[in-house]
Ligand binder design. Sequence first.
Ligand SMILES: *Cc1c(COP(=O)(O)O)cnc(C)c1O
Length: 458
Amino acid sequence: MDARDAALTRAHEHALAWLDSLDTRPVPPRAGHDEVAALLGKELPTGPSDPVDVVDLLAQASERGLTAMPAGRFFGFVIGGTHPAALAADWLVSAWDQNAGLRMVTPAHSAVEDVTSAWLLDLLELPPAAAVGYVTGATMANFTCLAAARDEVLRRVGWNPHDGLHGAPRVRVLVGEERHDSVDLVLRYLGLGTPEAVAVDDQGRIRPDALAAALAGGNGPTIVALQAGNVHSGAFDPFTDAIRVAHDHDAWVHVDGAFGLFAAATDRLRHLTAGMAAADSWATDAHKTLNVPYDCGIAIVRDPMAMKAAMGMHGHYLIQDAEKGDPFEHTPELSRRARALPVWAVLRSLGRSGVAEMVERLARHARTFGDRLAALETVDVLNDVDYTQVCVSFGSDERTREVVRLVLEDGTAWMSGSQWQGRAVLRISVSNWSTTDEDVERSVAVLARLAGAVPVEA
Ligand SMILES: *Cc1c(COP(=O)(O)O)cnc(C)c1O
């Protein structure tokens, strides 16, 4: 075996050992940063070493410092696992090493990306002619869509976005009070400043009456950013009413659906997304609900010309496909990896029914968590568990924080501590394709035991 084959074989062995360990290892890491750093060695080697030794060192030094994020009992943040078809395809992405920016140099990639985009628009019931870009995550998908939005609403009032924002009409951006923080971040990247927050209901859904009042209280170029899937409650904004009132004011409507957009792919949950397809752009993640490996976000813009105007580049050395356009015209990057391949693979492997079944299963597990935990004394389920998120309080904030601490110490499962609507909460997000009924029952049993062990204050 030559050095290349040996290194790849070794990486494959380490990968399988890791995947095989997921069901039995504690979910949290057992070693901290300093231990891993010491094992890696801090000095840059003065000369070359065998790639096999490098792979071995990396795997052995990292092993105890890894979190079992792709395991069925990881319920932290909103983090998907890795479907086997997607992982295998992702290995090919690196081996093939295609620069996915230009259509002309890699017909295979362009074909896969075009097919994947058409499948996604079909599954999510979005306009079939929309433009699709493959970015690093929902943050950059929000960025890409909101860049297209900013430029388009400025053009509509006669301002050329290429003249910059100095002296431009002020772009109003309205968001729900419980939008994801990454929306604020990308608005800063885009020079649009802090958005105007609109009141939400008890599940964190934007209130259409409050949105109407806010829209009536100003004018000029306007963007409304809605949400499909609140990270705490899982709730979806009331799209039909919110989009109607926003469009009445000629606003561009964007939907951050990082993990919620895929509710549209199932007959049972599609009602949550009712009216969503009337928006102008949508952001989602493939590395959450769709369970492809990091990193993959998807930006979708109804008007392909608006996306190209914001993201396209026209360097004379770039050979462009004038008819179909090039992938780089849909993303902030020029060079990038072939991110659509793992997305294609998971869709091809699951098929329409498999995607629906997976998303419904995540929601069913969340419901089981909600029902089981609500039945326990001293536990309150704070949200309506309609989708994949469960927010739990164990009484006082102190008691909740103590249970969160004990959950992580126990190691059977991983769940996030958070703050929602003024209360400390334990947040459970079911996002992993491999989570089983047994994973849920084991995790509930741990929570029941820990909740019983922490005294309730007088
Ligand atoms: C996760 C998430 C984001 C950010 O996505 P990244 O993939 O981490 O960039 C944005 N919005 C919502 C609703 C999310 O859940």
